[in-house]
Each structure stands twice: as C-alpha cells, then as structure tokens.
Design a protein around this ligand. Sequence first.
Ligand SMILES: [Zn+2]
Length: 446
Amino acid sequence: MVGDPTSPTTFNRVQTKLFLILALAGYVFAKNEHYIGWKSYFVGPPIKEHVKTLVILGEKMDLDYLSPPHPEREAIVLVPPRKQLEFIKTLKNFTIKYRSHAENVKATLDRDDERIRNWTNIISRNGGAVTPYNSYLCLDAIYGYMHHISMRHKKTVTMVTAGHSFEGRPLKYLKISTTNFHKKSKNIIFVDAAIHAREWIAPPVVTWIIHKLTDDVTEPNMLNDFDWILMPVVNPDGYEFSFSEKRLWRKTRSTNTDPQSFRCPGVDGNRNFDFAWGATGSSSNPCSDTYRGNRAFSEVETRTVRDILNTYSYRIYMYISMHSFGSMILYPWGHNSSDSKYSFNLHLASSAMVKAIRNASLPHFPDYVNGNSGKTMFYTAGGAADDYAHNLGIPYSYTFELPGLSGGMHGFELHPMHIKQVCKETWIGLVAGITKATKLTEKDRS
Ligand SMILES: [Zn+2]
C-alpha cells in the first residue's frame, strides 16, 4: 500500500504534512507588534442605562468591544495606548466599574500563538492529521481541505469559486448534494463563517459540517434530504490579515470606500447588507470597527453572499452565519428588536438547538441562550446578513455566536484543544434544529 495515493493512511500522511506546513506558514509573521502597549478591560456589568453610555463611548473613542456591553455580563474592550487615560477617566466620571482583562495584549497574543504551534505539533507527533476542524489553519489549508473533499466525493461535492476578494483571493464554497442541486423541491441549508476575520472558531465548524456530510456521514438524512452550501471563509483578506498582521482584525481590507480608507481600511461585512443599512449599530467612520461602508453591498465579499442568498432564496430553508463569541443563537429582527412573523418557529427550532448543544457540551463551557437578536444582545444593528436573508423570505435565519472561554484573549481563540468539541456540539445542535424546523413546517402545512 506504500505510495498508493488513494489509501487513507497515505492520504492522512500527505494531508498532515500539507496542513502542518501551511498552518505554520501562517504564524511565521504573526508577531503581534501592533499590540505593544495595548490593554483590554472588563467593563460592568453595567446597569441598563450604562449600556447605551458604553456604546456611545465606544463610538466616540473608536474602541473595539471584544464582547459588547450587556446588562447581565461584563463587556470586554480593547484600548490602544494613546486612549488609556481618557478611557479610564470617562469610566470613573460615569461610575462604571472596570477591571483589567489583559494587562499586556501583545504578550497574551504571543502566548496564544505559541499554544497553537504546540497544539499542532502534538497532533502530528501523535500521528494524527492536522485538519481545519482540529486546529486554526490559514486560508490555503482550508481551501486545500475543500479541494481534497471535492476530489474524493466527486458525485456529491462541487467546489465553486464565486469571485475574488478585494485583494484578489478566491471566494470559495462547496455545494453538497446527492442530486447535483437539480432537484428544485429540495430545501437548502446555507452556512457561512468568518465574515468577521478574527472569529477563528467559525471556519472549523463549517469544515466539520463538510466532514459530516462527506467522510463521516452519521446522519444520512441530513445529506439525502437537503442540499448544502458551505462557505468557511467569507472574508479571506481579513482572515489572512488576522494571521499575518493583526490578530484582532474584524473587517474586510478594502480601501475604496472613503478617502480615509487608505489609513483605515475595511468594512464591517455584517453591517454592509442592504436591509436597514445604516439604521442603527453601525458607524459611518471608516476607522471604526463597525464601519458600514459608503453604501450597502460596497464589499465584493458581502455581494458574494448576497448572490448566493438571492439565487437560491426560493429554496434556502435555513441560513446560518457563524460568529464568535458568546454562546448565543440569535434570530431576526436584529435591526430593531421587533418580532418577525416567523419568530415562534424561529424560537422553537433554536430552542431545540440549544437543548441538544447543552446535552453535548462540557461542564465548563458557557451555557447557550437563544432569542431575538436585538433583545438578547441589548443592541440593534442594521445591515446584518441574517436580517437580509430573512427579509428575502428565508424562514430560518440565524446568527450563531460560538463559545469562547474567559481569561487571556481566549474569547476569540479558545484553546485549540476545544475546537473539535465546539465543532461536534454545533453539528449536533444543527441537526436537532433542522429536524425540529422540518416538523414545524409539516405541522404548519397540515
Ligand atoms: Zn462576528
């Protein structure tokens, strides 16, 4: 069998080497120099009135909330060196509680990088394959995995290059179908991730879904009854930038939306969709992390998601945008906290997901909650993907905030040993949610 490229052992060995090289390549330049002198703080939990104050403060000072202000839990905010004094003074003026989160953001990020390197080494030393669903891998490794899968499962998997990002990287997704997408009566499940670059746990979850529909099918009805569109990295420029330059980068990398964009590139993709665009919860300032762009769909990355949603809206049954962190399943309407006419079903299906995830989760993981996006998060945001999809008539439209654990910068980079756990429990939740939604639809029809 030695040398037989089709044998699983050889495939795994080749795959391991390939992923290892690509994964480590992503870390060569990650020195986190940008974060010298930066600190992060826990703030609150604020009383309800303070939530608004903190949101306004964030906008005024261009602060980056790693975890947004909320009356029931502490926010986490990242503060650059030149704004430390003003930030502390303002909190004291408003008598808002705060404490240190990371005293030295650069050192914390360096430790996180080291931890990923060690983790990848442990997997390969133990003879395992480094895959996009058990480590944090750069774009090439994720695309490499998608290519392998499309070659190994030619009958069911098609790789699509939908276009190119602002910086010219291909925008790729997989279509998975036992009927080659020809059966128009079949419902589609569309899952995407990493429209926000730094949310590294999101692409592994989507690649795990790919794995569960190809190499390890344990729920054949999920494969047979539905067509799937799976896009692990919506924002490849931002994602790569978060590996090579600024770990906590959130936006795209475009420089053509405003004269200031050369100094402050990028748009928040999840504020750039053409539904209630610019209404609330986004900024017109290109230097803000929630900059909405100079017009709806200014970004080629969001236009790509739009085109998938528009093309298949008549049969996309469920759309899920994977984000992190917060252990939440959120549903429309997020732009104004009002209930969708479909909110009863949206709630029941997401409750089934939460229940299944709780049963499959670990005791030290935060408990999942579900609810209307605006009401659960205590802030509203226009121009988001889930609202746009729901407004097209897609009944089950969700934003997942995948788990993060507190301490260090762990929120966006929970220990890589937990990646597979998050992948597994999210898939279990997804299966439960789709099953529940299907029953609800049948009930509504009868
Ligand atoms: Zn996000």
